[in-house]
Design a protein around this ligand. Sequence first.
Ligand code: SAM
Length: 212
Amino acid sequence: MAADKQSSWSYTEGLPEEDDVLLRARDRSHELGVTPVSPGVGAALTVLAAGSKAQTAVEVGAGAGVSGVCLLRGLGRSAVLTTIDSDVDHLRTAREAYAEAGIPANRTRTISGRAADVLPRLTDAAYDLVFIDADKPNLPLYVDQAIRLLKPGGMLIVNDALDADRVAEPAVREASTNTLRQVGRTVREHEKLLSALLPTGSGLLLAVKRQA
Ligand SMILES: C[S@@+](CC[C@H](N)C(=O)[O-])C[C@H]1O[C@@H](n2cnc3c(N)ncnc32)[C@H](O)[C@@H]1O
């Protein structure tokens, strides 16, 4: 008999074999009360970063560095990850994870501050990849900013796009769930974007900015 969807999800999430660097970063995430990306999302980030051949990437929500290490492992050797977090302890812990992963310090730019203040200061059409994993109430603003920041052909990735399985459940009308439904619709209908929603982790929304 075929496995059900839940078994297939558990199977795929159990496939990535994370090394000590990622496992320690996960431990530190939990100590800080931060939810890191799932192993399936981490593996997807590495593959997407590698496939995109991005040289410049932005992350909103460094946490303790799990997603950053996954992105940096996919990005090219000269690529730079700009990562933003409002919590200085989280950023310090993320830097620890990057160092443990052997990432040279000049490949990361850590910016402490609220993303709503920091993103508008970044340059238009200067980034190949934007990954968003923080602060759901402001997600529509971050997505608007991401579209501005991306070069044509650049990729947007939004984590937790199914809001822990609540988006697909019409009876759930919580604010965060509605926000993610709205963001999903905006991205799907945006004339400049090609998009896909994957059920990996708690949902990974992907979009590529069309070439002009
Ligand atoms: C879900 S965690 C990120 C986990 C990380 N991406 C990982 O996989 O390891 C969300 C992070 O966003 C940060 N954050 C929350 N609100 C923020 C805001 N308004 N601007 C920037 N960072 C914010 C939190 O401090 C936290 O570290």
